[in-house]
Design a binder for this molecule. Sequence first.
Ligand code: MN
Length: 259
Amino acid sequence: MKIFLWRGLLSRAIDLGTRRGHSMSGLTTFAIGDIHGCLHELESLLATCESNRAGRDARFIFVGDYIDRGPSPKNVIELLIERQCCEPGRFVCLRGNHEQMLIDAADPERSDRDLINWWMNGGEQTLGSYQVNDPIAIPADHLAWIKTLPLKFVDAGRVYVHAGVRPGVPLPSQSSDDLLWIREPFLSSDNDYGALVVHGHTPTDSGLPDLRANRLNLDTGAYLGGPLTAAMFSDGETYPIMFLNSNGEAWTSASDPRR
Ligand SMILES: [Mn+2]
């Protein structure tokens, strides 16, 4: 009985300490890579983020590509809309090139609707999950939400985009095509952007996030059988303090046990 009482007091003290720590340390940010319809991985990763959040004030930033290729695009969109409604401003969803392909394919005004290109790039799985044959038939509230998704988000020390940025072009002048689609010369560049570019779009071969001096790639190929990965940032530091994935693993960026 005494032990239980002591444990209770101890956990209470730790809890209070954490809460005090939170008010002093400010916002924790989780950035999350390409989901591509992998609902179970998303649910698992969010649970891992919650347990590492330890009651601190947190913001979630998703770098796009919620749909296509994986099994459950519709459920992923539903979950994101629901969570964003509960935590507006704390749940930032960026637009990926796959959301852009859907927007273009579902626009009845466009005479050049490129359905085949989208269908071949994983649109087939999105149509299947909505049980429709044409993207125009996807529920209007989901299409409307997808159209509102912004191309970038900036906080202290970091810029979050889907694919990357074009080296040599100032951040405010970047084209939407580059923010959504770029691979090279961005991936090979050691250009200093004045901020850490946090992105997805190009799956890493290792299944691990790729942290460089100037950029962080969080696409660990969830739809290819890899995990879904998040980076955890504290307010005062540019680089991540921890990585977490949908297998329930969490490690500091300096001490990855699997490297
Ligand atoms: Mn992608």
